[in-house]
Design a protein around this ligand. Structure first.
Ligand code: PLP
Length: 423
């Protein structure tokens, strides 16, 4: 039996749908090739970083207590720094999430009276509480936030930003968010960021430039630190954990700045001299080793999804053949029913909790109901195949991740089936 009839019979999916997805796959193949080329460059660079630091099995060993002389912890930071083209890094299971990593970096860099200036509008939802309103926010320490909204096409308004920063000498950190969050705009590639960074650098040589690099790692052949960013930060249950790291975050960049951040991360004067991990670091090393390939799998998955849903008449952002800056994909369904069907299909394809049916619910911190497919090995890991979206106009679902391309493909097939698509 050929593959299409086998899949259609075994998984009870309309053979026409299966054939349609296989056809789309053929059309996307040249794009896959580009992702694979990027993965190759990144994989080589990651291995080079391991070798340069002579990583051995003993670096995986567990440590306890203060973790004095924990070589596994120290090496891991070196490997990340070298692979990211940075001078130094903090990589730790004690950074509990991407938000925690970014927040730690901001508190380390900013002092009372300083201003944080974002070139990419308001930051990601979970970071707003770091800025103001919540107990312990930057605002409570007399640190202000200001931003230039993105232009209507999603581009950075560099002229306005430069003019505003010139007027405000209190601006200490210039901030960029690479990925889109729950907005519909293109993510920035390292090249895009590099162009903006060089303008900011030449106008303001003394300002610190920081990038929220979440979802962007290994999507391009270089990270923002390699094109002039002073500090980048992200989550290890996204791209750089490769789907294997069980928790954690990273901050990478200039040594002098990492030192300031380290004082906030642990305690002033202690920095990264201590820190133990009783489970050992193997998953972190192995996850980082896998990450370029995992990211490639995820990119192939979302590009196929973009093609499939574009062909069905839905709007996919970015389009299947666009140059990508992150691993997220939005698909605009226009109404609740197909969106719900889509999310349920993705959930049904999961190895974990595939039997669970997602319903929209009132999530704390959101104005509208949110529905999500999150059948993951690591709780909340969005480098794994996941999808979510708020139940509101334009009924956009955000799809991201997939540890394997094959899983993403099954997710798309089940999504079409759950939506009741007929050709
Ligand atoms: C995921 C993400 C974060 C951090 O989120 P956590 O859920 O705290 O890991 C920050 N910024 C962007 C753009 C993100 O996508």
């Amino acid at each position: 039996m050929d593959m299409i009839s086998y899949i259609s019979k075994h998984f009870r999916i309309d053979p026409q749908l299966v054939e349609f997805v296989f056809e789309c796959e053929k059309e996307v193949a040249p794009i896959f090739k580009l992702f694979q080329e990027t993965a190759q460059v990144n994989q080589f660079r990651v291995i080079e970083a391991f070798q340069k630091n002579s990583v051995s099995a003993r670096h995986f060993y567990a440590s306890t207590g203060y973790g004095y002389g924990d070589e596994g912890r120290e090496k891991l930071c070196r490997v990340f720094a070298d692979a990211f083209g940075a001078e130094d890094a903090i990589v730790s299971p004690m950074l509990m999430s991407g938000t925690h990593a970014i927040s730690t970096a901001l508190f380390g860099l900013l002092r009372p009276g300083d201003t944080l200036y974002s070139l990419t509008g308001k930051p990601y939802d979970t970071l707003l509480s770091t800025l103001y309103g919540a107990s312990g926010s930057l605002e409570e320490y007399g640190i202000r936030f200001n931003c230039a909204p993105l232009e209507s096409n999603g581009m950075i308004d560099i002229d306005t930003s430069v003019a505003e920063i010139k007027k405000d000498p209190s601006v200490k950190v210039v901030y960029l968010q690479r990925s889109t969050g729950y907005e519909i705009r293109p993510a920035f590639t390292t090249e895009d960021l590099g162009r903006v960074i060089s303008v900011i650098r030449s106008e303001f040589p003394d300002k610190t430039i920081m990038v929220d690099n979440c979802y962007g790692e290994f999507v391009c052949t270089e990270e923002p630190t390699a094109v002039g960013a002073d500090i980048i930060a992200g989550s290890l249950i996204k791209n750089p954990g490769g789907g294997i790291a069980p928790t954690g975050g990273y901050i990478a960049g200039k040594s002098s700045l990492i030192e300031k951040i380290a004082g906030r991360f642990s305690a002033p004067g202690i920095g990264t001299e201590i820190g133990s991990y009783a489970f050992g670091y193997q998953q972190y090393y192995q996850g980082f080793f896998m990450a370029p390939h995992t990211v490639c799998q995820a990119l192939q998955g979302v590009a196929l999804a973009a093609r499939v849903f574009e062909q069905l008449g839905y709007q996919a952002k970015p389009s299947y053949d666009a140059v990508r800056g992150d691993i997220t994909q939005s698909i605009i369904f226009g109404s609740e029913e197909p969106m719900t069907g889509f999310i349920r299909g993705i959930q049904r394809s999961s190895a974990i909790d595939g039997h669970v049916v997602p319903y929209a619910w009132d999530m704390p911190g959101y104005d509208d109901k949110v529905i999500m497919a999150a059948g993951t090995f690591v709780q909340g890991a969005s480098v794994e195949l996941t999808a979510d979206g708020p139940i509101r106009e334009p009924y956009a679902a955000y799809l991201q991740g997939a540890l394997t391309y094959e899983h993403a493909k099954l997710g798309i097939l089940y999504a079409l089936d759950s939506m009741g698509v007929t050709l």
